[in-house]
Design a protein around this ligand. Structure first.
Ligand code: 5GP
Ligand code: MN
Length: 337
């Protein structure tokens, strides 16, 4: 954060405000961890604050302290809308353009609040008055740690906050292994452990919660895997029927896309997941090295994200989507083996 933004934030928070904190749609560990970490900090400072999530999220994120207070815009529409309308300050965390909140977008566009963005994705939109945007950061949770440090002191980080922030740093760095993990990230993690983050419990809560159905679904996904050696690419598909047969629950497909990248010589891994309810194919892109999946998702699949991890969608059938995808690979010189 630059000095001007720090000063402006301190000033903004020096008077009573009605604060709403918002993660992106289909929030992940970093989105829920960062919003809850910030919520606890603001509440401990005596501020009025609430989180409004655009929709539901997986059970493996629901153990975090404060989870029960999160309003779900789809389920709790009336109080959620009221909170946004009455807000004087809106923090948007772990996303940087309003399309990422889906049905909530028009409500945010109409809101009269001052917007504060804390985010680490590329190409931020300019809706926020205070913008803490830094693509070099491992996670929004690491940024919330810096945010508290900048506007106050890390002494204010309680065990609750430490648990939330640790979670998001862990999930967004693939357990501290992605290139975005720096020595500073590790120093912050060490400090969060000193401040009460229960690292083994967190790890178990996030990753050791498989169900037989999820493992069967993984088996199905891996069977469907297509390897395109010529383009150093692997893709996986899951149809709605396959999800239904395997008793799919939100979050079950988390991490499936990463398996492709563990194959030698593979630089690009993709998963296409059919969602008949929404009438879309939800896509996750992952890469290793310089191939930018952010650009790929942005150019061809109405999405975005980071250089090595991004997402997007398609509104044609699963087969048409994968055919189109394969036809695009010829254009990607970086991928050619
Ligand atoms: P995932 O594939 O795990 O859903 O997302 C990977 C990364 O891409 C995350 O940082 C996520 O925020 C971002 N992302 C996922 N889907 C979309 C999308 O539809 N649009 C944009 N702009 N970013 C996305
Ligand atoms: Mn993130």
């Amino acid at each position: 954060m630059n000095l001007e933004d720090i000063k402006a934030t301190k000033q903004l928070l020096s008077i009573p405000q009605k604060i709403v904190i918002i993660p992106h749609k289909n929030p992940d560990g970093d989105a829920i961890g960062s919003t809850l970490g910030l919520l606890h900090y603001l509440k401990n400072e005596g501020k009025e604050a609430v989180i409004v999530a655009p929709n539901d999220y997986p059970k493996f994120l629901k153990w975090m302290p404060g989870n029960e207070s999160i309003l779900n815009f789809e389920k709790d529409f009336t109080p959620a809308r009221k909170a946004i309308q009455e807000a004087t300050v809106i923090f948007t965390l772990d996303f940087n353009h309003l399309g990422r909140v889906d049905h909530m977008q028009p409500f945010l566009e109409e809101a009269t609040a001052t917007f504060v963005m804390i985010d680490h994705h590329q190409e931020p939109a300019d809706y926020a008055t205070i913008m803490y945007s830094d693509v070099s950061m491992s996670s929004t949770c690491e940024m919330v740690y810096n945010f508290i440090k900048n506007i106050d002191t890390t002494d204010k980080i309680t065990p609750e906050i430490a648990n939330c922030l640790y979670t998001g740093i862990m999930t967004d760095t693939g357990s501290f292994k992605f290139p975005s993990t720096t020595s500073t990230t590790h120093r912050i993690i060490a400090d969060l452990i000193d401040k009460g983050a229960e690292k083994t419990t967190i790890h178990n809560s996030i990753y050791d919660n498989n169900t037989p159905s999820r493992l069967h679904l993984l088996g199905c996904a891996l069977k469907n895997m297509v390897i395109l050696e010529k383009y150093s690419t692997v893709y996986i598909t899951l149809s709605q029927e396959e999800l239904d047969t395997n008793n799919y629950k939100k979050g079950d497909t988390e991490g499936f896309v990463n398996y492709g990248l563990t194959l030698e010589g593979i630089k690009f891994a993709v998963i296409f997941i059919e969602d008949k309810d929404q009438g879309i194919i939800k896509i996750s892109f992952r890469s290793q090295g310089d191939f930018s999946v952010n650009e790929f998702a942005r150019t061809y699949f109405e999405g975005g994200g980071h250089t090595n991890a991004s997402g997007g969608k398609s509104t044609v059938t699963l087969k048409e989507t994968t055919d189109y995808f394969v036809s695009l690979l010829e254009k990607c010189q970086d991928l050619k083996a």
